[in-house]
Design a protein around this ligand. Structure first.
Ligand SMILES: [Zn+2]
Length: 187
């Protein structure tokens, strides 16, 4: 039996004409070989369809993007609360320090403040060490002058520190404000 062109028609991507379909049907009625061939091809097609990459369900990408945006908003919200907490804690600490140091005298307060600052602790220790050595070798009158100069210098440092911290806090407040408006704007 001649199976051409029927076996090719079975696997062809091109749509058959109605005459070809009739011809193929007649051949398949008489030809078990082409019948099995058609069956096998149908199974292959089915397998290909099943193993094809599954398209994400409708709206999946939109839901994914919305979920990511919500996560980002939550993270920004947490950062904003952290910033607010830091600002509040810093403000309370600054108020307490101002009251304490204001009462105790700015010069002495400046020295205390500098000792409290971890970043400057090593420098202050080294400076105090140096000052101690200088004071030890200076005559009494000179030592008073050095002590006075040191207090003035520390006061200046304390003032600069206050101003610097104030600037940092102002920047934090500004950042917090713009963060809040961004979060509010994206909702
Ligand atoms: Zn055949």
């Amino acid at each position: 039996m001649v199976h051409q062109p029927f076996s090719e028609w079975i696997v062809s991507d091109e749509p058959l004409t109605s005459a070809q379909r009739d011809e193929l049907a007649r051949h398949l009625a008489d030809c078990p070989d082409c019948g099995r061939w058609q069956q096998a091809w149908a199974e292959v097609q089915l397998l290909l369809t099943r193993s094809a990459p599954v398209n994400p369900p409708l709206g999946f990408q939109a839901r994914m993007m919305a979920s990511l945006a919500a996560q980002r908003r939550r993270r920004h919200g947490q950062q904003a609360w952290l910033a607010l907490g830091a600002i509040l804690a810093g403000s309370v600490a600054m108020a307490v320090a101002l009251i304490y140091f204001g009462a105790a005298g700015l010069a002495e307060g400046a020295g205390q403040l500098l000792k409290q600052l971890v970043v400057l602790r090593a420098a202050v220790a080294a400076g105090a060490d140096l000052v101690g050595h200088v004071l030890a070798v200076l005559p009494p009158g000179g030592a008073e002058l050095w002590r006075y100069s040191l207090l003035v210098a520390l006061s200046g440092l304390a003032l600069a520190t206050y101003l610097g911290l104030g600037g940092l806090w102002a920047a934090a407040v500004y950042r917090f404000g713009s963060m809040q408006s961004r979060i509010g704007g994206s909702q």
